[in-house]
Every structure is written in structure tokens, then in C-alpha cells.
Design a protein around this ligand. Sequence first.
Ligand code: CDT
Length: 311
Amino acid sequence: MTRILTVAGAQMGPIQRADDRASVIERMLALLHRAHRRGAGLVVFPELALTTFFPRWVIDDQAEVDAWFEAGMPNPAVQPLFDAARTLGIGFYLGYAELTHEGGRTRRFNTAILVDETGTILGKYRKVHLPGHAEPDPARLHQHLEKRYFEVGDLGFPVWRTLGGVMGMCICNDRRWPETYRVMGLQGVEMILLGYNTPAQNAQGGEEVHLRMMHHHLCIQAGAYQNSSFVVAVAKAGLEDGHDLIGGSCIAGPTGAIVALATTQKDELIVADCDLDQCAFGKASVFDFAAHRRPEHYGRITAQTGATPPP
Ligand code: CDT
């Protein structure tokens, strides 16, 4: 049996601070149309795909901060993307900064949505593992202020049965945490979609792009293999407002092997015919969770955060 979902990773080159939403959407539409011509039923865009990666700046004026957020989804700026999805019959994953009013207060999340081939929002995920810090840190060469601008996501890691399979979402730093994949694996996930913005330099000034690329692929491949799922990981890449972002967008299959890999730091499409039925073998053998997992020994995973070495 085969159950093919052709998926496209729409890597995006840098988006500069001066670039407006309209110019970004134009680039995304071009990628969406190219993906359609290559037979894709689903396109994955990066994390915070509509703007520059603004958490690298200290911004004190709340109105200025909020200008990087989307107060509604869809909104007039992104509507053309939804219209094209419906016209072409193609779904997409979109990462953006979400501003919402819930429970009588304003809330801000680093969010991704899954839109189906009718242009309908099917699912929403809010980033759980926010990296970086909340206060400016002068010791760092660059700031990473996600903890300042976003709340921790409150939706967990749900999955959705759509587009012919079981789909899940996460965002960037989430991919470094095995719990992310396993919670979705326990819901039978067959394809995990994720966008990312990963700096090429560490905050202490170390050029370690080779290590960062290795860690990125290591995590994606391990998550795919250990949960027998496809993982579609899509970067915003290149020199953005003077800050270098790694590329390396890739699609890993349920064996952990990479089946598509970007070769540039620019807008670039990677495409793979993913046979979702290939997920069944690992789920029924090495990673047959019902047969082999031992949750009675995993209590610490949910009971504590920091490590507690013996005295
Ligand atoms: N956007 C985001 O989550 N970036 C983080 C930076 C961590 S520094 C290694 C990431 O995991 O790529």
C-alpha cells in the first residue's frame, strides 16, 4: 500500500526589517505556485515567516512590538495566501507572531497554523519551548528575547487527521527536545511540520555554523526515527538585518534518513513524495510503543525540569 503526500518545504531567504508584509507574501505566493506545479499537496513555511526575526532586538515601545504581530488570521495582508491555497487545492503551515485577546487580557504567542486545501485553518500550535531570555543581556553579542515577547504556548502538541495522514506541528527550538516528538508520536503522528530561525553564531560570538547544522539535522533525524514519522523542517536563512541564519531545510523520513535537503540560503523549494504508509513499519516494530515503552520509569520527565545530580 502507498499513501503519498507530496510535501514542499518553502525555505525563505532573509526578510529585512524594511520589507513589508506585501513583499513577503509575494515571495510566499511564488513558492506556493512553484510547489503546486511540482505536485505538492502541502507547503511548509518558516517560523515567523511574515517578518524579520524581531526577537533579536530590545524594543521598549509596546506599539512598536505589536507591529510585528498579527492581530487576526487571516488578515488582509495574508488573505492572498489563503485564496491561493483554495484555488490551487494546496494546504500550508505558516508561522507568525500571534496577538490575541483571551480571558480579558492581551496575549502574544509564537504560533503556527495548519491550513487545509480549502483555505480553512484546521489547527493551531503555540510554541512551547521558548529559547533565550526575557531581559537584555549585555554579555551577549546578539539578543534572543523570545521569553520577553511571547508567552509559553498553552495548546500542548495536538495532532490532526487531515491531508490523508496524521499531522502535527512544532516550532524551531521545540525540535531540540525529544518530548516534543514523543507526545505527538503517542498520538500516532505521521508527519511533523516545523519552521525555524536558527542563528549561525552563538551569543558569545563563536562561529559554529557547522555544529549548529549538525545539531539541527541530528535532532530532526532522531525525532523522525524514534517516532517513525516524517519531519519537515523549514528555515528562514541567510543574512537577515546583519545576522546570519543557518539554512539546511530538510525532510526526514521515518527511518531517520534525509530525503530532501536545501542547498542555498535563499528562497528555495525542497520537495518529497512522502509515503505515509512507510510510518507503519517502525510503529509496529522497534518503536511499537504499546509493546516496549516503560512509562513507570519515566516519572521524572514530567515531574521536574532541572537536573538533580546525587550529592
Ligand atoms: N527561533 C528559535 O527557536 N531559535 C533557537 C535558537 C537557539 S540557539 C541554538 C533554535 O533552537 O534554533
